[in-house]
Design a protein around this ligand. Structure first.
Ligand SMILES: *Cc1c(COP(=O)(O)O)cnc(C)c1O
Length: 396
């Protein structure tokens, strides 16, 4: 695909992607249909008795929440999950009228926005639950919400040990209508038979019994993220919250990889060669002269850098694809530029395409592989993709 073939965003094609202000040689291609394919994979894992609310927080894990949400809505997703009120507002402004669950965004001052945008927040403490109740009462509204309980993650939520006091106190807040209890897995990636997950599932079952006394109508309970969906059927309950698996990476990387889970990659990061320079052996390259050529070399200059989320830790570690072959990054990654050694790739030419992530001519660089070079997890690789990269919705 050439630059001209890229459908150009600006909502001419309803994609919701913004156009670059200048024609950059570096951009992201994201395939909403492939996200939908991964959504279908989640459907196969949970069966028809469990609803799937895809997680599109952090701008769809960095890939563009709006076009992805539209595609998921068209594919029949019954609702979506966001992290912040602002993220919910962006989806509403784009015309997404599905139920929107709000994870951790219930903070002082957002009560009226939650009502206006019709977000369904996770309640995690009393002061914020009370504020929300009062704001709703003042305008004669009832807020759908969920009671977030810590069953072992040890992070946000009401303590599972004091629910006998928490539940009746919440019940007294008449303008709140809890739809169910929710909790989050700490070690879902440890695979089937994992002790910590089994304990959390048992704890969840116990607190649901307890809550039925106070909230008999609340029956939409949820525990599972991607790892729960793929590895722990007992964690599925009424609705699940897949994130990373929709974006084409295994939640259990490095033990497991996307293709083993039946997941497809959804993103391509492409750039083009800006210049190629022939340099003799012994030439120091880039900041700090951190790399010195050992042979007569051809060095390609690529217009991408840590200003785009191609992090400096990829210096001397990362690779990019040129005509299906891997060229190593040499020297330090800069803000706008990165150098590749293309001595062994004679086809490399100025203006030629370079693939940083995704498939090209039968080869591929996965999010997982890049995470390995960066010594991090796939989540971070895509969440860090730079905001200045143009993002195009394509069907590849
Ligand atoms: C981010 C998040 C998820 C999705 O997790 P994945 O591991 O990406 O599937 C689910 N639930 C909550 C509460 C989250 O914050």
């Amino acid at each position: 695909m050439t630059r001209r073939d890229i459908p150009n965003g600006q909502d001419g094609n309803g994609s919701g992607f913004r156009l670059p202000t200048t024609g950059r040689l570096t951009w992201l291609e994201i395939s909403p249909p492939r996200v939908v394919a991964n959504y279908r994979r989640a459907q196969r894992a949970v069966g028809s008795g469990t609803a799937i609310f895809p997680v599109v927080k952090a701008d769809g894990y960095g890939l563009g929440a709006i076009p992805i949400s539209r595609a998921l809505m068209e594919a029949g997703a019954p609702g979506l999950c966001v992290g912040l009120v602002e993220e919910g507002a962006a989806l509403r402004a784009a015309g997404i009228d599905l139920p929107l669950v709000l994870f951790s965004g219930l903070r002082p001052g957002v009560e009226s926005a939650i009502l206006e945008l019709d977000l369904w927040p996770f309640l995690y403490d009393f002061p914020s639950a009370r504020r929300l109740h009062e704001a709703a009462l003042a305008v004669g509204r009832v807020v759908s919400c969920f009671i977030k309980v810590d069953t072992g993650m040890g992070r946000l939520g009401f303590s599972a040990d004091t629910l006998s006091e928490t539940l009746p106190a919440l019940q007294a807040l008449s303008a709140l209508r809890p739809l169910g209890l929710v909790s989050h897995l700490a070690c879902g990636d440890e695979g089937e038979g994992g002790q910590a997950t089994r304990r959390q599932v048992a704890r969840m079952a116990a607190i649901l019994q307890q809550s039925a006394t106070w909230f008999p109508e609340a029956r939409a309970h949820s525990l599972a993220n991607s790892a729960g969906i793929l590895y722990h059927p007992a964690s599925h309950w009424d609705w699940v919250r897949p994130g990373i698996m929709l974006y084409g990476a295994s939640p259990a990387y490095p033990q497991c990889r996307a293709e083993e889970e039946g997941l497809v990659s959804v993103v391509r990061w492409v750039s083009h060669i800006l210049q190629i320079r022939a340099v003799p052996a012994g030439t120091p390259l880039g900041y700090g002269h951190a790399f010195v050529t050992e042979r007569n070399s051809r060095i390609a200059q690529i217009p991408v850098g840590y200003g785009d989320g191609y992090l400096r830790c990829l210096s001397h570690r990362g690779h990019m694809l040129i005509r299906g072959r891997k060229a190593p990054v040499v020297g330090r990654v800069c803000m706008d530029l990165t150098m590749l050694d293309v001595t062994d790739i004679p086809e490399a030419e100025v203006g030629g395409r370079v693939t940083l992530l995704g498939e090209e001519e039968g080869a591929a660089i996965s999010i997982e592989e890049m995470a390995c070079w960066m010594e991090t997890i796939p989540y971070e690789v895509i969440c860090l993709l730079g905001r200045r990269l143009p993002r195009y919705a394509v069907d590849f």
